[in-house]
Design a protein around this ligand. Structure first.
Ligand code: HEM
Length: 123
């Protein structure tokens, strides 16, 4: 858990899939299905944060600034997923939220690849 990124990767990969599933269910008018899937997704938010914090707490001293930005980026991605689903469910405008989501996801992913554990393709 502290040295391997597998658990962390599993949690955010499942969360991104569930996020798309909720959007598809919302668009298809299946509000009950969307609500239930969103509840499961919220459990995965906690698992992403838990696995991320475990990795962070052990390794951030290697490069506190980059690890800090990774942490913040990951939290912003999660907040954007939640806000996008709530606002899409209410039929509200989501343009800016999508922009922030895509940028935060790109930064978080890039830093995940750059930091030393697991996939380490960019350093
Ligand atoms: C949906 C949100 C997130 C995505 C898409 C994401 C993505 C990634 C990726 C691609 C990696 C690299 C995995 C590897 O190298 O094997 C990674 C590692 C990591 N993530 Fe996340 N992450 C997210 C949320 C978080 C959060 C919320 C935190 C902190 C609480 C966090 C902390 C970390 C840490 C500390 C690492 C290890 C970096 C390293 O040393 O290589 N992540 N993440």
């Amino acid at each position: 858990m502290f040295d391997s990124t597998h658990a962390h990767i599993t949690t955010w990969a499942i969360a991104l899939i569930l996020f798309v599933v909720v959007l598809v269910l919302q668009k298809g008018g299946n509000h009950k299905g969307a609500k239930i899937t969103q509840m499961i997704l919220r459990v995965f938010y906690l698992l992403i944060i838990a696995t991320g914090v475990l990795l962070f707490s052990k390794h951030q001293s290697y490069n506190p600034a980059l690890y800090g930005v990774k942490f913040l980026g990951g939290v912003i991605v999660i907040v954007m997923m939640e806000m996008l689903l709530v606002r899409t469910g209410k039929g509200k405008n989501t343009g800016i939220l999508w922009a922030v989501f895509v940028i935060a996801l790109a930064i978080t992913f890039f830093l995940g690849l750059k930091l030393p554990l697991g996939w380490n393709m960019l350093s």
